[in-house]
Write a protein that binds this ligand. Sequence first.
Ligand SMILES: C[S@@+](CC[C@H](N)C(=O)[O-])C[C@H]1O[C@@H](n2cnc3c(N)ncnc32)[C@H](O)[C@@H]1O
Length: 206
Amino acid sequence: MDLVSIRKSYRRYARHYDVIFGRVFAQGRRLALKTLAPVSGKRVLEVGVGTGISLPFYCPDAEVVGIDVSREMLEIARQRVADGMCPAVTGLAEMNAEHLAFADDSFDAVVAMYVASVVPNPDRLFAEMWRVCRPGGQILVVNHFASRQWILRSFERSLRPLSRAVGFRPDMELSDFVAVAGQQPVAIEPASLFGYWKQIQFTKPA
Ligand SMILES: C[S@@+](CC[C@H](N)C(=O)[O-])C[C@H]1O[C@@H](n2cnc3c(N)ncnc32)[C@H](O)[C@@H]1O
């Protein structure tokens, strides 16, 4: 995966993204926003915000900033905000999640939904999420990790050569992600039926 192929994939997906991935990923987004609910009134960064499909569902008194590398995905998010559907949103920006242009400790919570297996370097993504989160703040990652079931696992492996074309890595191991994150999760929960997607929650020590 590299930024050029990611931008190319999501340029292609943008217009149809909500129809294709709206429902499929809905449960994980709902879980993440429910987990973040006690953070209302605080600053939240959503990295890889895409078309902003989750933005209407943040507590209106939160201050949400969204970033993404795909201009075409962001255009749709901007339209959502312009239509008045996202009262919590205070900013959207084209930015690489692996090099965030925010100061250390800027946010009370940082969330990445279905982004960890898309970025070129999940370790850089996580390091940046951690850096911009304040001590005591929350970091949430919702993602698909390699299946435990051997049939699905073999299928996911067989898709690996297509990663660049489809725009994500289908077989990232949960243990590899936690290892590169270098931090112990405080909770790991299923974010879909059969746990195909998972939410991993970290708290940055105060
Ligand atoms: C599968 S979509 C997820 C979108 C949204 N979070 C959702 O819940 O549907 C992955 C998004 O991550 C973005 N992305 C990939 N690599 C990125 C990077 N390095 N920095 C910022 N955004 C990135 C893509 O452009 C795309 O919008």
